[in-house]
Design a protein around this ligand. Structure first.
Ligand code: SDX
Length: 375
C-alpha cells in the first residue's frame, strides 16, 4: 500500500459503513434511519427513537409497549451500585461519576455473552434504561440527598426528573426533556461514538464500550461544550458588550463554545430545534436575559465567521433549555450522554455485525536504530 497522507483527526475519513444516521453538513440535514430529526422530535418519543436506532424501524404499538416495560424492569439499580455511587467524592464532575457508574453497571450486571444476540441486546437495553438513573443518583449524592429509586411506569424523561427531585415531574418539563433527548440521541461517527466502536471492536460489552464513549463525550470540544456555553454567556455583561467580548476572544485565538462543527457548515438543525424548544419554554415559564445575549452572540459570530462555515451547533441553545428546567450546569453533558447511549448502543450492535478490530496506522516521525550511550 502506498504511504497514505496523514489526515489530522481522521477528518472525513470513513471509519465504518453505517445505516444508523445520515448528515448533510452543507444543507443542515440530520436523519435517523432515514427519518428527518424535525419529524421525529415533533412526533415521536425518546423510547420510539431508541427502538428505531437499535432495530432500524419505528416500533409497532405492541413492540413499543413491550420495550417500555422492559426498560422499566431494567431501570432498577442493584444496591451494590447505589452504594458505589454514594461512595463517590461529591467534588467529582458528574461526567466522571457517569463514566465510573457505567463501568460499575457492568460489574453488577449479568456477564454479557458476546456470542449471543439476546444477551447483547439486553445489556444495551440496560444501559439505555439505567443511564438516566445513574445521572440522577449522583446528582442527589453530591447534594447530600438520599437515593430515589426509579418508577417502572414512568418514561425515560419523566423518570430522570422523578429520580432527580423525588417529585412528580411537570408535563411541560417532561415533554421538553423528551424532545431534547431525541435531538441528542445519535449523530453518525462523532468522537464519542467512534470511541464506543473502537472499544466494541475489541470484543467488549456495551457497559465498557459506553463508558469509554462517555469519557470522550466529556471533553469541551465535544459534549462538554454545552456546559461551557452557559458559563461563557455568564461572562458577557449585557447585549451591548457582546461584540467587544467576541473581539477579545478572537484576538486571543480562543474558540467560542457552541459554534462550529466538523461536519455542519451551516446552522446545526438541532440548534434550530432546540432554539424553538427554548422559545416555547420561555413563553410558558418566562424568558431569560441569557437568551438575548445568545441571540446577539449568534448574530456577531455568524457575521464574522459564517463565510467559513461556523454557525451555532447543538450545544449552543441546549443549556438555556436545561437551565430553565432548573438543572445544574455541569449536568448538561450527562444529559447529552443519557440521550446518546441509544446511538452508542446502535453503533455497538452494528459494529458486531461484521466486526474488525480498529487498529489505524501512523506515519513514524521519530529516530531509528539508535545505539545506547556507553556506560
Ligand atoms: C458536538 O462530531 C459531532 O457530531 C459532535 C456533535 C455530536 O452530536 O456528537 O455534534 C456534538 O461535539 C458539537 C461541537 C461542540 N463543540 C464546541 O462547540 C466547541 C467549539 N467548537 C470548536 O472547537 C470546533 O468548531 C469543533 C471542534 C467543533 C470543530 O472544529 P474542526 O472541524 O476540528 O475545525 P478546527 O478546530 O480545525 O477549526 C477550523 C478553523 C480554525 O481557525 P484557523 O486556525 O484555521 O484560523 O475554524 C476556527 C478555528 O479556530 N473555529 C472557530 C470555532 N470553531 C472553529 N473559531 C472560533 N470559534 C469556534 N467555535
Amino acid at each position: 500500500m502506498s504511504n497514505p497522507e496523514l489526515v489530522p483527526g481522521l477528518a472525513g475519513i470513513p471509519a465504518a459503513e453505517s445505516s444508523i444516521s445520515f448528515i448533510d453538513g452543507q444543507a443542515g440535514v440530520l436523519e435517523y434511519r432515514g427519518y428527518k430529526i424535525e419529524d421525529l422530535s415533533a412526533n415521536s418519543t425518546y423510547e420510539e427513537v431508541a427502538w428505531l436506532l437499535l432495530y432500524g424501524e419505528l416500533p409497532t404499538a405492541d413492540e413499543l409497549s413491550a420495550f417500555e416495560a422492559d426498560l422499566g424492569r431494567l431501570r432498577e439499580l442493584p444496591e451494590a451500585l447505589v452504594k458505589m455511587i454514594q461512595a463517590m467524592p461529591a467534588t467529582a464532575h458528574p461526567m466522571q461519576a457517569l463514566q465510573a457508574s457505567l463501568a460499575g453497571l457492568g460489574m453488577v450486571s449479568p456477564k454479557t455473552n458476546l456470542r449471543d444476540a439476546a444477551s447483547k441486546d439486553e445489556a444495551c437495553r440496560r444501559v439505555i434504561a439505567c443511564t438516566p438513573v445513574l445521572v440522577a443518583a449522583f446528582e442527589r449524592v453530591r447534594a447530600g440527598k438520599d437515593y430515589v429509586a426509579p418508577k417502572a411506569e414512568l418514561s425515560t424523561a419523566a423518570n430522570f426528573l422523578w429520580c432527580l427531585d423525588g417529585e412528580s415531574p411537570d408535563d411541560v418539563a417532561v415533554r421538553t426533556l423528551d424532545c431534547a433527548l431525541i435531538l441528542h440521541a445519535e449523530h453518525t461517527m462523532n468522537a464519542s461514538t467512534f470511541a464506543c466502536r473502537v472499544v466494541a471492536s475489541t470484543e467488549n460489552d456495551p457497559y465498557t464500550s459506553c463508558s469509554g464513549a462517555v469519557g470522550a463525550l466529556f471533553g469541551p470540544l465535544h459534549g462538554g461544550a454545552n456546559e461551557r456555553v452557559l458559563k461563557q454567556l455568564a461572562t458577557i455583561g449585557s447585549v451591548d458588550e457582546v461584540e467587544a467580548w467576541y473581539d477579545a476572544k478572537s484576538a486571543n485565538k480562543q474558540k467560542v463554545m457552541g459554534f462550529g462543527h466538523r461536519v455542519y457548515k451551516t446552522k446545526d438543525p438541532r440548534a434550530n430545534n432546540l432554539q424553538t424548544l427554548a422559545t416555547e419554554l420561555f413563553q410558558t415559564l418566562g424568558s431569560t436575559p441569557k437568551y438575548d445575549l445568545a441571540l446577539k452572540l449568534e448574530e456577531v459570530v455568524t457575521a464574522r465567521l459564517g463565510d467559513r462555515g461556523i454557525y451555532p451547533n447543538v450545544d449552543f441553545f441546549s443549556g438555556l433549555v436545561y437551565e430553565k428546567l432548573g438543572l445544574d450546569t455541569d449536568v448538561f453533558t450527562p444529559i447529552f450522554a443519557m440521550a446518546r447511549v441509544a446511538g452508542y448502543c446502535a453503533h455497538y450492535l452494528e459494529q458486531h455485525l461484521d466486526n474488525k478490530l480498529f487498529r489505524p496506522g501512523q506515519i513514524y516521525a521519530g529516530q531509528r536504530d539508535r545505539a545506547l550511550p556507553r556506560s
